[in-house]
Design a protein around this ligand. Structure first.
Ligand code: URA
Length: 239
């Protein structure tokens, strides 16, 4: 693994959820931090993250460069790091998972529910959101009026929505037993895109939930407003 040189207190606070820089310095002073088996009391000391072995109070502190969190977003929260008026999705991250630099990779509308990825990995977010990467997002949709067969063709052709934006070819999948529901698959994320696509077809989205990003599915056991830390192998499913 490629190593990164950093101060030992920074390493500890980055890797251990809920441990601040101040806490990490105190742990060093108390002699509770070992680097490659030797006590390190000076928190200015530099280590090679990913190469050196760091233990705190006898426990190995494994190197994780970035954090990835799956959130089941409820209505009423905005996908940004700051908002003057509404609560942000970051407020739903429990302290033990919170890390400076976290942001939502991609946006859902305030009234949309479902899968949001929170991370501090800018490169992954960029790849995931770039239309060139063709990462498909799956939405569960409830409509005011029944779906029509001709929607399939309209979605496939690439709908021209209000304001003249032309959508990439998209897919719609009907759900047996309820003709006012469907799944929509998009490889891009224009502002209010799903809602605008159905507006164009003289229908109206009354409920919207994102259920999948690439190969990463919203965990069905994750309640609204709850977060789950993802493993690297889960994150790889996105791209
Ligand atoms: N399309 C929408 O209209 N809203 C969302 O939140 C996501 C996709």
């Amino acid at each position: 693994m490629k190593s990164e040189i950093m101060r030992v207190d920074k390493y500890i606070s980055n890797q251990l959820n809920g441990v601040s820089r101040k806490d990490a310095k105190a742990l060093c002073r108390k002699g509770e931090v070992l680097v490659n088996g030797s006590v390190v009391r000076d928190s200015d000391e530099k280590i090679a993250a990913g190469k050196d072995t760091v233990t705190v109070q006898g426990e190995n502190v494994a190197y994780k460069k970035y954090v990835y969190i799956m959130l089941n977003k409820p209505k009423g929260y905005v996908c940004s790091t700051k908002d003057g008026k509404s609560p942000t999705v970051l407020e739903l991250v429990p302290p033990e998972l919170y890390k400076t630099g976290l942001f939502p990779a991609g946006r859902l509308d305030k009234d949309t529910e479902g899968l949001v990825l929170l991370t501090d990995d800018g490169e992954l977010a960029h790849k995931m959101l770039s239309p060139k990467s063709h990462v498909e997002k799956k939405y569960y949709v409830e409509l005011e009026h029944p779906v029509q067969d001709y929607y399939i063709n309209e979605f496939e052709k690439g709908l021209e929505i209000d304001g003249g934006d032309v959508c990439l070819p998209a897919r719609i999948e009907f759900i047996a037993g309820n003709d006012k529901t469907c799944y929509v698959y998009l490889k891009e994320g224009m502002y209010h895109q799903v809602k605008r696509m159905f507006d164009k077809l003289s229908n109206k989205v009354v409920f919207l939930k994102r259920v999948k990003i690439g190969g990463l599915e919203l965990n069905p056991n994750l309640a609204l407003g709850q977060c789950l830390e993802l493993l690297h192998k889960d994150v790889e499913k996105i791209l």
